[in-house]
Design a protein around this ligand. Structure first.
Ligand code: GLY
Length: 561
């Protein structure tokens, strides 16, 4: 009883403290919640939970709903990762990342002089990796689902037929990419139409494709009509994916990366995503510092985080790739000894030069594609899922007959060691292209425990900025005592080793702080990226309720009960 009273008191003071500070609280619910990039998808996921489904059932329904409501990044023709923690504390992860087709080869994006032809992996049929999403959701359902699969697909079919209302942000996005989509997909694509906020877009062909998945499960995508249509569509446009590639695709269960930070246990995605290893490296490098004492987004806190990021992103580029193809010294990379040694040359006096950490001068092309959703169910299970087409609307290639955009995930391989991909990330041999290999990712679906209990489910899109956005959201809660929505709203910054620049969220950092950073030798910019992450997260409050953090930078919405 005493403990219950204390918990209630702790929760009340937590909330009233936030209220006093006049910060935005997220949705608070008693039992369950879904937070995703679109209200329609969050509602569909939450309805599944309300019907008695678990977080894994809701994952299937939310993923498919995003494929309809959020074609910018939601998909059935891309891939992703899910990290889970069940109510009994058991954890795991599934990798449904795309892979290189059988006919892929190391030099496929090089010209006869050995120069990279970036457009060939950015746009169109040759940049498409073998999609993993349908294999991922069917595998999750097979292992953990409780409701019939058809019931989980039906809401997305209904949504596709009823149509999705265009939001203002979506109107802007469609306008921004329309010309490129028409250039790549041809002028008979449905995307030639102008779409204004408030319009309804129906996706009849997507509904038919989903019907086949509903009836046949994974075979409804990887075999038969969908597979044949897809393969001939790609072949006509210079693609190399075959029916054999589709048939052979399998999602893989993986052991997540786990590590401690103070009294937190962090569970995050393992290779072929760099997310978990990189997050572990950064957090272990900053752990010896008292960030709380330094203050949120203070000069000292930013210096420590930037320097840890610089070193972790340099390692990412050299060591990480598909674990089924390359040896990754995973334990050594996140060991305390190694990371203490890595930070030994850090000083508050002056920025370390990235040249001193390694080589290279590169340009960055940032984008905010990919999408993340977080789910906690009424039984206490949690899933953290990040899924992607890679670029915004993938490679801008839309298959009208099937009703979806294709991914351009092949660009996440390093086309040539030492040459950056579309995120400016530099790759090495470990991430070179090979048939059936998975390309390295930055996706960082993460779950955090505190004192053995679920604390947070968190993740974000944002290409190379994903890892730092997840990091800052966790730190905002743990070090700087923020609630979930406040932690998501807080301004973010990013450093990725190369280019040697601290990217700042535009208009969010004071001139004084920028000057202080410059005085220490840090070059900053607010122009490289308009948005650093778009975090969707759930926090378990001390009294057992849940607070959602739905990123105001997008149309993201929390729904629950
Ligand atoms: N395509 C973005 C990522 O996987 O990190």
């Amino acid at each position: 009883m005493k403990q219950l009273l204390w918990l209630a008191f702790a929760a009340l003071s937590f909330l009233s403290c936030k209220e006093k500070r006049n910060v935005e609280l997220g949705l608070i619910t008693k039992e369950a919640m879904v937070v995703s990039a679109r209200e329609e998808a969050s509602k569909i996921g939450a309805n599944v939970l309300k019907k008695g489904g678990n977080a894994f059932d809701a994952m299937v329904a939310t993923e498919l709903a995003l494929a309809v409501a959020y074609p910018y990044a939601g998909n059935i023709s891309g891939g992703g990762f899910m990290v889970y923690r069940q109510q009994d504390g058991s954890i795991g992860a599934i990798d449904y990342r795309e892979k290189a087709p059988l006919a892929a080869h190391k030099d496929m994006y090089l010209d006869s002089l050995g120069n990279v032809m970036p457009e060939r992996s950015w746009y169109g049929a040759l940049g498409v990796g073998v999609p993993g999403t349908v294999a991922g959701i069917t595998e999750v359902h097979k292992r953990f689902g409780t409701l019939p699969f058809e019931e989980l697909v039906q809401p997305a079919i209904d949504l596709a037929r009823k149509g999705v209302i265009v939001t203002e942000k979506q109107e802007k996005r469609i306008k921004e990419y329309k010309d490129k989509i028409i250039e790549i997909s041809g002028d008979s694509t449905r995307w030639t139409a102008d779409h204004k906020a408030g319009d309804t877009i129906k996706y009849m062909n997507m509904a038919n494709t989903l019907e086949r998945i509903k009836e046949k499960g994974r075979d409804g995508f990887y075999k038969g009509e969908t597979a044949e249509t897809l393969v001939s569509f790609l072949k006509e446009r210079g693609g190399i994916i075959t029916l054999e590639d589709l048939e052979k695709y399998r999602a893989k269960w993986r052991d997540p990366v786990t590590f401690t930070y103070d009294n937190l246990e962090v569970i995050s995605m393992s290779p072929p995503s760099s997310g978990g290893v990189c997050l572990a490296q950064v957090m272990k490098m900053i752990e010896p510092h008292d960030l709380h004492e330094y203050g949120h987004n203070s000069l000292q806190a930013m210096q420590v985080i930037v320097e840890a990021e610089r070193r972790a992103y340099a390692d990412r580029s050299f060591f990480l790739g598909d674990p089924d193809f390359v040896e990754i010294p995973r334990d050594a990379l996140i060991s305390k000894e190694y990371l203490d040694a890595r930070m030994q040359d850090f000083s508050f006096e002056k920025a370390t030069s990235s040249e001193a950490v390694s080589y290279g001068k590169i340009e960055v092309l940032e984008s905010t594609e990919t999408t993340h959703y977080s789910i906690v169910d009424q039984f206490g299970n949690a899933v953290s899922v990040t899924t992607t087409l890679n670029g915004a609307y993938g490679g801008k290639l839309y298959c009208d007959e099937l009703g979806f955009f294709l991914n351009n995930e092949m660009d996440d391989f390093s086309a040539k060691p030492g040459i950056p991909n579309m995120f400016g990330l530099l790759g090495a041999e470990a991430n070179a292209i090979a048939p059936e290999k998975r390309m390295l990712s930055s996706m960082t679906p993460t779950i955090v425990e505190k004192d053995g209990k679920l604390l947070m489910v968190v993740g974000t899109p944002g290409g190379s900025t994903i890892i730092t956005s997840v990091l800052q959201t966790i730190l905002n809660v743990h070090e700087f005592d923020m609630g979930m929505q406040e932690a998501v709203n807080a301004p973010r910054f990013h450093h990725q080793w190369l280019p040697d620049i601290v990217m700042l969220e535009p208009g969010a950092f004071s001139d004084q702080l920028k000057q202080q950073l410059a005085d220490k030798g840090y070059q900053t910019t607010e122009e490289r990226t308009p948005v650093i992450g778009k975090v969707d997260a759930i926090l378990a409050l001390p009294d057992g309720r849940l607070e959602g953090g739905a990123d105001k930078r997008g149309d993201d919405t929390a729904v629950g009960f």
